[in-house]
Design a protein around this ligand. Structure first.
Ligand code: 13P
Length: 346
């Protein structure tokens, strides 16, 4: 058992405390720059710093967000007067997290498939992040649905790496967020997504078990079971919630500390509606809290408003807070289009 076991359990539970979720702001420089470029925001380190500061200093964010996940560049940055972002986060009552994978790369001999890298030297990087104040970590594996894929080889290597990462995190005092993302890209049906998600989660949990991960000291970050974005038959909100919960109830053991979904390219409203339907209808039969760990579904309206302009910071922060509130309501099963509008007025 990790010498950090009690601390890990406490942190994991705090991350999924009632009415709270996680905010992913751990885009790599490449991804962050791409999102900036789409809005003609100059792709400089200073702009990435200003944008992350805007997010982390949003008043009342900690009412709805338990912890933000940072990128390596961000955890080393400070406010203009030199206060480290980690300190900004802890003073606001949130828990600092860090992305520790180094990205999804082409998987040899498997065209169109990816394997996530970052295991070499990970023990030392975890120790450094812990010293810097991080208390949880994230690793994202990517599974693509298409003709003839995913291969079992792709699922196996990604599951193996997720488990190696998770045990190293627990040894070093960071709660691992285990993120096997089944991509929404493509024209596959909900049923096909269900089959792939089920096979992926089954393989991931077999590896986590085989490699000695403590389930009560980790969080699962899955994608929802949903039709591909180009599928002509789009399921209803409740159909997505039903299929997702059905798949989840087969896989993560009851002792897993929490389930926190990614938004994966769904719109802000859709991802809140799906999460809310799951909680409104199934909270009582789920053994773990079911909440959010969104990036785009919380950040996008704020980023679009900010556009790199200092005088738009306060209004951008209000938009961010609004999405955090809506998703907090969704984690309680209380989100609806009326709540979406009401909360916008508060
Ligand atoms: P999205 O919510 O934008 O999918 O991002 C979540 C995340 O952290 C992806 O790794």
């Amino acid at each position: 058992m990790s010498t950090h076991a009690q601390e890990l359990k406490t942190t994991a539970q705090a991350l999924v405390a009632k009415g709270k979720g996680i905010l992913a702001i751990d885009e790599s420089n490449g991804t962050c720059n791409q999102r900036f470029a789409n809005l003609s925001i100059p792709t400089t380190e200073e702009n990435r710093r200003s944008y992350r500061k805007l997010i982390l200093t949003t008043p009342q964010l900690s009412t709805y967000i338990s912890g933000p996940i940072l990128f390596d560049e961000t955890i080393r940055q400070t406010t203009r007067n030199g206060k480290p972002f980690v300190q900004v986060i802890t003073e606001a009552g949130m828990i600092p997290g860090i992305k520790v994978d180094t990205g999804a790369k082409d998987l040899a001999a498997h065209p169109r498939e990816k394997v996530t890298e970052g295991l070499d030297g990970l023990r030392d990087r975890i120790a450094e992040y812990y010293r810097m104040g991080a208390r949880f970590a994230k690793w994202r594996a990517v599974i693509t649905i298409g003709e003839g894929i995913p291969s079992q080889a792709c699922i196996d290597v990604n599951a193996h790496a997720l488990a190696r990462y998770a045990v190293l995190c627990q040894e070093g005092g960071l709660v691992p967020i285990v993120e096997p993302e089944v991509l929404i890209d493509g024209d596959h049906t909900l049923e096909r997504c269900y089959q792939v998600s089920d096979r992926t989660l089954h393989t991931v949990f077999a590896q986590l078990y085989a490699q000695g991960v403590a389930f009560d000291q980790m969080i699962l970050k899955p994608s929802m079971v949903i039709a591909g974005k180009d599928c002509p038959q789009q399921p209803s909100v409740d159909e997505v919630a039903d299929a997702t919960i059905r798949c989840l109830r087969k896989n993560p053991p009851a002792t897993v500390a929490g389930v926190a979904f990614l938004s994966g390219g769904q719109s802000a409203e859709q991802s809140a509606a799906h999460l809310s339907s799951m909680n409104a209808r199934y909270q009582s039969i789920c053994p773990w809290p079911v909440t959010f760990s969104y990036a785009r579904a919380i950040q996008q309206p704020a980023l679009e408003h900010w556009r790199g302009e200092g005088q738009r910071v306060a209004e951008a922060q209000q938009r961010l807070l609004h999405r955090a509130k809506c998703n907090s309501a969704a984690s309680l099963g209380d989100y609806s289009s009326e709540v979406e509008r009401e909360l916008a007025l508060v």
